[in-house]
Ligand binder design. Structure first.
Ligand SMILES: C[S@@+](CC[C@H](N)C(=O)[O-])C[C@H]1O[C@@H](n2cnc3c(N)ncnc32)[C@H](O)[C@@H]1O
Length: 247
């Protein structure tokens, strides 16, 4: 068997349609999306302050906010070329620092971004700078997910890795929750095998639909060491930790 050298891979064979409007139909067939939506909905619905959506893409979760919150999407200048995302109301940036005031943000949202950032510590430190003391970061990262947006998908994070990165960046009260469990992962893999098949998938639609039903049911069970990804909440402390003596 001739094996592919993936170090040379520059593209992916299949990419799902851009995520602008997560309809109920799309959420039914995409467990990754559904699990993020379910986790963000109560937290965003109660937010009343300034929200910065870091790596916002098509801003898929903006509609979960009420008018009580103000919203600003931020993304990198390369978002259109690398990810196919371009929106007039997004602030596009190059490098750091971002043109966002110190301590001006109440909630930083960062969904499915960190795996695309070569130096995640730099991004987390910049998020912390923008947050007011006591402000929160609400982040999701994938765990069992295919290599996507190739080649701009660099990492998978574990709860221990995320916690380490966040504490190093000056966050406190780190909470990490799994989205789904091994059953959800199996269901999502069945759907992911069928979805890219185009017209050939029609006879397989009942299998994908059954997998989606089982997957949604499984999202209510918290067990195991495999999952679709993690939802993370962390706080910028009201009083920053003192640097170690001698530094
Ligand atoms: C998979 S998309 C996720 C988009 C959106 N947050 C969502 O949940 O659909 C990854 C996003 O991260 C952005 N991104 C990549 N590197 C970044 C960086 N260093 N800083 C901020 N955003 C970045 C990309 O431009 C892209 O919009």
């Amino acid at each position: 068997m001739k094996r592919r050298n993936l170090a040379l891979r520059e593209t992916e064979h299949w990419r799902p349609p851009a995520l602008r409007d997560p309809t109920a139909f799309r959420r039914f067939g995409d467990l990754q999306l559904a699990s993020i939506w379910n986790d963000l909905r109560p937290l965003l619905a109660s937010e009343t302050g300034a929200v910065l959506d870091v790596g916002c893409g098509e801003q898929p979760y903006r509609s979960l906010l009420t008018r009580a919150a103000s919203y600003q999407g931020l993304d990198i200048a390369e978002a259109a070329d690398r990810f196919g995302y371009a929106r007039d109301d997004t602030l596009y940036v190059s490098g750091y620092p971002w043109p966002v005031g110190d301590a001006s943000v109440d909630l930083a949202l960062c969904t499915e971004v960190l795996e695309h950032v070569l130096e995640p510590s730099l991004l987390l430190s910049e998020v912390r700078r923008c947050l007011r003391p006591g402000g929160r970061l609400l982040m999701t990262v994938p765990f069992a997910a295919r290599w996507h947006f190739v080649p701009y998908d660099y990492w998978r994070f574990t709860p221990s890795g995320i916690t380490h990165l966040l504490r190093e960046a000056g966050f406190a009260d780190v909470r990490v929750f799994s989205r789904g469990n091994p059953v959800t992962v199996a269901a999502q893999k069945v759907i992911a095998l069928i979805a890219p098949l185009g017209g050939m998938r029609i006879p397989l639609v009942p299998i994908a639909a059954a997998a989606a039903v089982v997957g949604h049911w499984s999202l209510h069970r918290d067990w195991g060491e495999d999952c679709l990804g993690y939802t993370v909440v962390a706080t910028r402390p009201r009083v920053d930790a003192q640097p170690p003596v001698g530094t």
